[in-house]
Design a protein around this ligand. Structure first.
Ligand code: 13P
Ligand code: SF4
Length: 359
């Protein structure tokens, strides 16, 4: 896909863009709601009506009543979820249409269907409960809803898994193997009861006995931002900063989560930073824009990026600029909103509502 802003917006000065955003917000008043994910640039977050994690923002979207225009400064799967959770009178816009999620793209519809076809030979939805991470395309959320499953985010994956395990013997979790693995550990599921479905290999690279033994099938997806964190980064941080508190996102590999003091969603990480006393040192394993914002927000604490060197940026989150926001706010009437059509919409809604009910 090609996307380029008109020259007027591309070349505008920051102060001009800021004034235009403020004026557009004033003009739209209560008709407008700007949602900003924690990984957005600091200057974009400054104009959000709400800042939050993927769960919190989907909940805020679902609670809007009189709002007509939702501008979601995040990535595509978040805007799609907001569209599904709101009535058809509300228009949802993604200011930069190129903002996707490479992890969500690792779960291709056709590949997941092929995996499910194999799992049907082992009981299908009699045995397996599908749990789709929020980071998936709407079509996969619909698949999950159709088979009685539910959506989870990093802030409610344990609640979702608990719900699922009470209802079916086994879980089919996609696309993030690390969130799935880290959460399954909390339920006492052993490594040998976890099987990773490698979508690039015949039958997921699994033998029938692997599937029979497994309590959970984990899709072999990952986030390239969070998998840059390694156990040696935690060890180094502890050497360099005695008494450091290490907090990481559960999309990080198991070995990193095990060594950390705490792990949780982006909102959890924000709360964790808030709770630490002045003078403390906190090393964070997540996206750099959130870390920089925390360091800015809490100057009385030393807040550092855990690896100290890799600059873990989510380039997709970073795509959204003030230029995109100003353009969207001033031209939304001529732009195409994010719109998930039936039957995906209704089926995905079932799975999303289940998440909102239990969490
Ligand atoms: P949160 O659910 O913590 O907001 O995370 C979303 C995400 O994409 C993390 O990489
Ligand atoms: Fe996707 Fe990772 Fe970016 Fe989150 S940080 S949106 S999982 S690529």
């Amino acid at each position: 896909m090609h996307f380029s802003l008109p020259k007027e917006y591309r070349e505008a000065e920051t102060t001009d863009l800021q004034q235009r955003i403020i004026a557009a917000k004033k003009k739209l008043g209560s008709k407008l709601c700007i949602l900003t994910h924690h990984y957005q640039r600091m200057e974009v977050v400054a104009y959000g009506d709400h800042v939050g994690d993927s769960y919190g923002l989907s909940k805020v979207a679902s609670e809007q009543k009189d709002v007509e225009v939702i501008v979601f400064c995040g990535v595509l799967f978040m805007a799609e979820a907001a569209d599904i959770l709101t009535d058809e009178k509300k228009m949802v816009f993604l200011p930069n249409p190129l903002a996707g999620c490479p992890m969500a793209d690792m779960a291709e519809m056709a590949d997941v269907m092929e995996a499910w076809k194999s799992l049907e030979q082992f009981g299908g939805d009699e045995t397996f409960m599908p749990i789709s991470y929020m980071n998936t395309a709407a079509g996969l959320k619909a698949f999950t809803g159709r088979h009685g499953g539910l959506i989870c985010t990093s802030s409610n994956a344990a609640a979702a898994m608990g719900w699922a395990l009470e209802r079916r013997e086994k879980l089919f979790f996609f696309p993030d193997q690390h969130l799935g693995c880290n959460t399954a550990h909390r339920f006492g599921i052993k490594p040998e009861e976890m099987a990773v479905w490698d979508f690039s290999r015949e039958s997921g690279g699994l033998a029938p006995e692997d599937i029979e033994r497994a309590k959970i099938i984990l899709w072999k997806g990952h986030c390239h931002v969070h998998t840059t964190f390694k156990p040696e980064h935690v060890e180094q941080a502890r050497k360099d900063y005695p008494g450091v508190q290490v907090v990481v996102h559960p999309e990080c590999p198991r070995e990193v989560v095990e060594l950390a003091d705490a792990n949780g969603s982006t909102s959890f990480i924000v709360e964790y930073c808030e709770e630490q006393p002045a003078g403390s040192t906190i090393a964070i394993g997540t996206e750099i824009n959130l870390i920089n914002r925390m360091a800015h927000q809490f100057p009385e604490k030393k807040i550092i990026e855990l690896s100290g060197q890799t600059c873990p940026v989510c380039a997709n989150m970073y795509r959204t600029t003030l230029n995109d926001l100003a353009y969207t706010l001033e031209n939304y009437a001529d732009l195409k909103p994010i719109s998930v059509s039936e039957p995906d919409r209704g089926e995905a809604l079932l799975a999303l509502q289940k998440m909102l009910e239990i969490c």
